[in-house]
Design a protein around this ligand. Structure first.
Ligand code: PLP
Length: 483
């Protein structure tokens, strides 16, 4: 069979096309600011541009890239736009994307240490670095009884934490016999929906998740948590897991870890800290107090794929007692047995998460940390927080808007003084304009606009322009009378 008929892309063509794709990405990042942030396509539009059947014969690469531009791009919401202020950041960067490409090129499957020692050892090492960067206690590092692992998402990390908590509470019996309906988990009314999903998947049942009351900053009330646990104990139930959030998705609220940690210690519950959205801030010493009390936690997660210039997916999950996690998730069929595992001298990450297979994800995080350096990452986190705080000041000084809560970091929650109707019409009109993208939440039963600063190339001018556009659009709506 000659090279022509192998159907494979030749190394030479890969080299050429690879350069084209990298060029395409670099051009995209340069022009993304000029594209409508929120995709304006109607449902079905992207599929309508695709042939109903796959090609019988391979097509030229030019044709594929052409369709990326004409069919795919209009259906993309531009998360990498500096005018993206919605949900949470998902900031990518050159080093991360190149690390990702290298991972794909190596194509290793790191389920066992033996299936690619570098995949495991780099991950362990980079997660120890990150623990130091965030000021996490040594108990979460691999040199002691704990350690970190990269998960696909915070949702998976929280599920693993809950499973380990479930097993610890039942003496590892629920793995054998399933749940008996007595296990109870706790989180705040403001926690991410992934906790509810985890409770369903882990078999505790939605009815056994307690949503604990919050204070005026939307942070969990430790006294309410303690009371709920006691009530459940008195009813013959088995409280086993608390998830505290450092930076809720809705409003960035920061649950008081020292007090929650003390309740968990006193009552013997597993404490998981979900810092998916805001944990990155702890890289800066001046924000590190958000993690005060994390030394009382059993597990912790943070998402570099949100706010650390590392493209999706990359959640860093830490446990203080890796034996509890491994015992919960370990499965060892004959075909995975090997000498390195039997020696006990290596980490096999397959026992640290749900799936068996795993990519070489630490490469992209390693590239990012080495390329930016700690100082570079601190610089950008500080910049984002400062821009959000500027925006909050403009809201406070305006007569048309009010802050819904004081922003602790880089997310500002605000609303129009004329009420929910105007706030929601404003959001709709802003997003339809394509010039920026904001999302909303509900706080104290009020429709609330959210502006989150965290994209890689968001600068002062973007935040200023966002504020001007918001004010101008609000004025037009105000003129239109009650909305
Ligand atoms: N926890 C918090 C606080 C979040 O903000 C998010 C993201 O929205 C998640 C968990 C879920 O993140 P992931 O997509 O990594 O599962």
């Amino acid at each position: 069979m000659n090279e022509q008929s192998s159907f494979h892309m030749t190394p030479e063509e890969f080299r050429r096309r690879g350069r084209e794709v990298v060029d395409w990405i670099a051009d995209y990042w340069q022009r993304v600011e000029s594209l409508p942030v929120l995709s304006q396509v109607r449902p079905g539009k992207v599929r309508a541009g695709l042939p109903s059947q796959p090609p019988a014969q391979g097509e030229p690469f030019e044709a594929i890239l052409h369709d990326v531009e004409t069919v795919i791009l209009p259906g993309v919401t531009h998360w990498q736009s500096p005018n993206f202020f919605a949900f949470f950041p998902a900031n990518a960067s050159g080093p991360a994307v190149l690390g990702e490409l290298l991972s794909a090129g190596l194509g290793v499957q790191g389920m066992l240490w033996a299936t690619s020692p570098a995949c495991t050892e780099l991950e362990t090492h980079v997660l120890d670095w990150l623990a130091d960067m965030l000021g996490l206690p040594a108990r979460f590092k691999s040199c002691g009884n704990g350690g970190g692992v990269i998960q696909d998402t915070a949702s998976s990390a929280s599920l693993c934490a809950l499973l380990a908590a479930r097993e610890r509470a039942t003496g590892y019996a629920s793995n054998e016999r399933g749940c008996d309906g007595r296990l109870v988990a706790y989180t705040s009314t403001q926690a991410h929906s992934s906790i509810e999903k985890a409770v369903k998947i882990a078999g505790l049942g939605r009815a056994n998740l307690r949503l604990v009351e919050v204070d005026e900053t939307f942070a969990m009330r430790p006294d309410a948590l303690a009371r709920r646990i006691e009530e459940d104990r008195a009813a013959g139930l088995l409280p086993c897991f608390v998830c505290a959030t450092v930076g809720t998705t809705s409003s960035n609220a920061i649950d008081p870890l020292p007090e929650i940690g003390r309740v968990c210690r006193e009552k013997g519950l597993w404490l998981h800290v979900d810092a998916a959205m805001s944990g990155t801030a702890a890289i800066c010493p001046e924000f590190r107090q958000i993690l005060n009390g994390v030394e009382l936690a059993d597990s912790f997660c943070v998402n570099p794929h949100k706010w650390m210039f590392t493209n999706f997916d990359c959640d860093c999950f830490y446990v203080a007692d890796r034996a509890a996690l491994i015992r919960t998730l370990s499965i060892l069929p004959d075909y995975l047995k090997n000498k390195a595992t039997e020696s006990g001298a290596v980490i096999d990450y397959r026992d640290w998460h749900i799936q068996l297979g795993r990519r070489f994800r630490s490469l992209k995080l390693w590239f990012v940390i080495r390329s930016y350096g700690v100082a570079g990452l601190q610089h950008h986190v500080r910049r984002h927080v400062a821009l959000a705080q500027d925006f909050a000041r403009w809201v406070e000084e305006s007569s048309s808007f009010v802050l819904s809560v004081r922003p602790p970091l880089n997310l500002v929650c605000f609303r129009h003084v004329r009420g929910d109707g105007l706030s929601s019409s404003l959001l709709e009109r802003l997003n339809a304009s394509g010039s920026l993208y904001l999302t909303h939440t509900t706080l104290n039963d009020r429709f609330t606009l959210r502006l989150c600063v965290g994209q890689t190339n968001t600068e002062e001018r973007h935040v200023k322009r966002a504020w001007e556009t918001i004010c101008e659009t609000a004025k037009e709506l105000e003129k239109g009378g009650p909305v």
